[in-house]
Design a protein around this ligand. Sequence first.
Ligand code: B12
Length: 398
Amino acid sequence: MSLRTHCQTSGWTLTEQDPFNNITRTCVEAMAAVMGGTQSLHTNALDEAIALPTDFSAKIARDNQIYLRDEIGICDTVDPWGGSYYLEKLTHDLCHKAWEHIQEIEELGGMEKAIEKGIPKMKIEQAAARKQARIDSKKDLIIGLNSHSIKDNDKEFDLLEINNKKVRKEQIKRIKDVKERRDEKKVKLAIKNITQACSNNNGNLLELAVIAAQHRATLGEISTACEKVFGRYKANNQIISGIYKLEIDNNKSFKLAKELSDKFAKLNGRRPRIMIAKMGQDGHDRGAKVVATSFADLGFDVDIAPLFQTPEEVAKQAFENDVHVLGISSLAAGHKTLIPKLIDIINQEENNILIIAGGVIPKKDYDFLFEKGVHDIFGPGTVIADSAIKILNRLLDS
Ligand code: B12
């Protein structure tokens, strides 16, 4: 049987600025997937960097596929690029680069060992920092963001808004209903079998998890059954340094931000200290990591909190570390509930902590957050050195 693949166009390439350009980006990426022979395709919506898609934006995304199939006739040819020297060369280079990575992992003793040592994570973070610096310094152009951008690019269209509190209530009710209807004895036994298999190091955990799920055990119960033996994986949060700086060194904003952070250090006897945190179920850490490593290169002392924190945990760490700035990176739409809660806790003690937010936060929510006490918000496409300049000026003014 030939290799069957599903492809999704990139969400990362899509911008908050000039969002209608995203339709073109998605179309080109979809075309590449089809030309590469994919059997199944997901096309992203134009509001990707703003919120979850609406019916309006999802239809345009879907129509991109129909357009390629029915108007362009792209599916009529089995291998439209067959025989292209250039494409063969690209494929060849890609395979060889991938093979180098595979060899490196093998030498480390396999993927499990490599993950334990934090190697794949570090490489991803290095690549992300390099890419961010290339965008920030305009070495890589993104139309509507760092090239051909217009001032008034906030075209109005409807955004999907989810009522988090309502969804939470509904989900809790659903779980309660499921628990009331299931056979508790069977669930307990299935869960016990998982824990036992973990501690005896025998049995097929996937099979046992499927059985537990069939008896309506929840994902939380299944993973807790394993956690009892294995503990919970804690990512090693090291901050890589030097990568952002290396790519952007000569940039005007970078230099100014560095000068301001040096000035702050001189005046205060210690470097500006920022803590980057993520709260709730939001696991999008690329932005938080990129910001952390870039701020370190800009002369900040940077603390990075573990993922999935509660507002209480974040506030505690911020006080303990005596930070000047608390930067919340929020991409999973928890900003209207988690950030105000955090600010309430922070305000219970006397402090001068500057609260900053970043990530996927729709513009229409900015005023709400400012009213709650957020000082600045930096959305997708932020040039990191520029955000640092703004933050440092605030610190120096206060
Ligand atoms: C990459 C990505 C993922 C990756 C994340 C990998 C990782 N380790 O980070 C994967 C594939 C795992 C993923 C999973 C999911 N994702 Co996702 N993801 C994205 C995507 C495409 C890009 C995010 C990104 O990395 N951008 C690049 C970084 C560098 O940018 P950034 O974080 O915005 O940071 C910049 C600025 O915002 C700012 N900034 C950010 N934080 C801070 C902090 C400070 C202090 C400062 C100064 C600046 C600053 O500076 C940065 C540099 O410019 C976004 C859409 C988008 N284009 O934004 C969706 C998106 C965030 N994902 C979304 C969703 C729904 C999910 C899933 C729930 C999907 C699912 N059903 O499973 C899961 C959730 C996983 C989880 N537990 O959280 C939604 C969230 C919807 C919403 N907010 O309403 C989005 C918006 C897509 C969409 N429109 O539907 N995702």
